[in-house]
Design a protein around this ligand. Structure first.
Ligand SMILES: *Cc1c(COP(=O)(O)O)cnc(C)c1O
Length: 402
């Protein structure tokens, strides 16, 4: 057992907010991680869809080291050239016209919610503030974003929650229509519900959402915190659907592991966030911007989204083939390199055994094993991961579990 729960014999001085795996990781390179006992792991979770270019990618490291020598932090009261450049890279590679940089996914979604409210209140002056979200969604842990989240477990004990959110079942057109009132400002969703179990939103339902937004003058907000930055096989998952959300949010893969988030919107919404309306001390520091610029440039140069699309197809087909006889596996699904293996029973025990065999994966809800390899993962690494997964999830190993 490693030191993940604190030094042997001493209680941890941390809040017990995480049910941590008994592994303490100390080094990473590309697709591989090493723990404090010298064990090596193939990483198919990427710090939860963060290290999309693998661990310590050379180009991002070089940009960070260079920036560390020059300037770390000033203030958003000054011009920050790197922020302008990073914003331009994001707008040149999407339909967005304006970017706000922050530090995390929850903050990016908080900014999206604030922008939607303020645009309705101060620009359209229509008194609308309510945001419709979907069951099983996940949007973050701040009070507003946990209220937006369609899962009760993240809300437990945090009453009273801020008003202005309504949650309806995904793919339920009638419930969505009935939820729209003269108070509705926006509809917010993930194109692939990630924490919710790797549920890709049906294109027909997305068409319905877009039509309803147009008919009722609602803003469309897409949470790309987990699905963005090439993960699904396009730079942003909404690009699979041919839609242009009014607002979308990024974080996890945006800085290759350097903490940074962004809220992006069509240029028409920029005026709603005038001077003094929103801010973040650490949002868009020179160091964070060096990480963002190098991450995007490397992704484009390496064709990372396209590679994620191809590797995702390969991973899914290999899994379907090798897991075909498993009595436990119900479905293999996903988009690009966000892949779920739904099982007929809780998977926590399988995940521990998979870790023990040297492959790091994570769950997405009680019955789904979630695979999030880096976007540059090789076929050999995929084959190795599939062998480990098949070893644990086919009949023999399963019998050993019970
Ligand atoms: C992780 C996640 C968030 C929250 O991001 P944090 O950086 O942890 O605040 C929000 N939305 C989605 C879809 C996520 O996966």
């Amino acid at each position: 057992m490693s030191g993940a729960q604190g030094t042997e014999g001493a209680a941890s001085a941390l809040f017990p907010t995480y049910a941590r795996f008994p592994i303490a990781l100390v080094k990473g390179q590309g697709s591989w991680l090493w723990d404090d006992q010298g064990n090596k792991y193939l990483d198919f979770m990427c710090g939860l869809a963060v290290t999309n270019l693998g661990h310590v990618p050379a180009q991002v490291k070089e940009a960070l080291v260079k920036q560390l020598d020059e300037l770390w932090h000033v203030s958003n009261l000054f011009g920050i050239p790197g922020q302008e450049e990073a914003a331009r890279l994001l707008t040149e590679n999407s339909h967005a016209g304006a970017v706000f940089f922050c530090n995390s996914g929850a903050e990016a979604n908080e900014a999206a919610i604030k922008l939607a409210r303020r645009y309705n209140k101060n620009v359209l002056k229509n008194g609308r503030y309510e945001i419709i979200t979907f069951k099983q969604s996940f949007h973050g842990r701040t009070l507003a974003t946990l209220t937006a989240t369609g899962q009760d477990k993240v809300k437990d004990g945090f009453d009273p929650l801020p008003p202005g959110f309504v949650t309806v079942p995904l793919h339920d057109e009638q419930a969505l229509r009935e939820a729209i009132t003269d108070k509705t400002a926006a509809i917010m969703l993930e194109m692939v519900q990630a924490e919710g179990g790797i549920i890709t939103v049906d294109p027909a339902f997305v068409k319905t959402i877009v039509r309803l937004c147009e008919a009722h003058g609602l803003l469309l907000i897409v949470d790309e915190v987990q699905t963005g930055m090439g993960r699904t096989g396009k730079l942003f998952a909404f690009q699979h659907y041919g839609i242009e959300p009014d607002i979308f949010t990024l974080a996890k893969g945006l800085g290759s592991g350097f903490p940074v988030g962004a809220m992006l919107a069509k240029s028409g919404l920029a005026e709603a966030f005038g001077p003094g309306s929103h801010a973040s001390t650490f949002g868009g520091t020179p160091i964070a911007m060096a990480a963002v610029k190098a991450t995007i440039e490397t992704m484009l140069a390496e064709n990372a989204p396209q590679r994620a699309a191809e590797s995702g197809e390969y991973l899914k087909s290999r899994l379907k083939e090798k897991l075909a006889g498993s009595p436990i596996v119900r479905e293999v699904r996903g988009l690009g390199l966000i892949v779920g293996i739904e099982c007929a029973e809780p998977v926590a025990g399988f995940v521990s055994e998979i870790h023990r065999r040297g492959l790091l994966v994570v769950t997405a809800g009680p019955n789904v094993i979630r695979l999030l390899p880096n976007l540059l993962v090789t076929r050999e690494e995929i084959d190795l991961a599939v062998d480990i997964l098949a070893g644990v999830l086919t009949g023999q190993a399963a019998a050993a579990q019970s």
